[in-house]
Design a protein around this ligand. Structure first.
Ligand SMILES: [Fe+2]
Length: 252
């Protein structure tokens, strides 16, 4: 199940296994976050190809960065859930991405959202952030997370404004860090970010503003990426009732 890269010190599942894990996770907690993850994965693959990184690794890590949402609607909690889940499968590279994608610094207070973790989970995040030094893939997935909508690519500034509107504020330092992240990868690629992620117009998603999510936001105030749809499907327990074969419990 595990895959090691040439250096033998990084672990992540194969593409097909990652796609299966995401499909299973969506059964546990249905919502637009699954397609948001797929957009992030496609963008990561394309940027990696232009920036001298491993496109398959980038795709897999992009696909799994929000896998913690399998265990229900949480804010900071999805970070520790994802980390614990991936680590329990031995996918250490995917585990670190679950943790690092929400932070532009090594301090937990940089998180934008609700702190809904237990003391134990908070300590885990705090310690890991200080231990892990963010690498190219951490920064790449953070960039893709900031432009990935459920229906395609969003303008980074629009996504950050949406978050600011929902939470009342957005750390100016994180805002600038995201813009610098874009500049960093554009320097590496020698190309405009949106030009790179829009290379395959036949897919009809990347390169255009995400519309479905924006419409839902305007209509009902829901978070277009992470709130469940109107069918009422949400939460690991409810999903487990519905999908008998699904294992939705948090890893021990
Ligand atoms: Fe995300």
């Amino acid at each position: 199940m595990q895959r090691r890269d040439r250096e033998g010190d990084r672990m992540y599942p194969k593409k097909e296994e990652a796609e299966r894990l995401l499909r299973e996770a969506e059964k546990c907690n249905p919502g637009p976050w699954g397609d948001h993850s797929r957009t992030a994965a496609r963008c990561a693959e394309r940027i990696a190809s232009s920036a001298g990184l491993d496109p398959e690794k980038a795709y897999v890590l992009g696909l799994l960065h929000d896998i913690g949402r399998k265990f229900g609607k949480r804010h900071l909690g999805h970070v520790s859930d994802g980390y614990a889940y991936m680590a329990s499968l031995g996918y250490d590279d995917a585990a670190r991405i679950c943790l690092t994608h929400s932070f532009h610094t090594d301090w937990i207070e940089g998180y934008v959202g609700n702190f809904d973790t237990s003391d134990e989970e908070t300590d885990l995040i705090r310690v890991k952030l200080r231990t892990l030094r963010q690498d190219d893939y951490d920064r790449l997935i953070r960039l893709c997370d900031a432009i990935a909508g459920a229906g395609g690519v969003m303008k980074m500034e629009d996504r950050m404004r949406d978050v600011r509107n929902r939470y009342g504020s957005y750390d100016p330092e994180k805002w600038e860090a995201n813009l610098e992240l874009r500049r960093e990868f554009e320097r590496r690629m020698g190309r405009d970010l949106y030009e790179v992620v829009s290379e395959d117009p036949s897919e009809g998603t990347c390169g255009s503003l995400e519309k479905t999510g924006k419409r839902r936001k305007e209509e009902d105030g829901a978070d277009p990426l992470f709130d469940p749809d109107r069918s009422g499907k949400t939460g690991a327990a409810a999903a487990c009732d519905r999908y008998a074969s699904c294992v939705c419990g948090r890893p021990g």
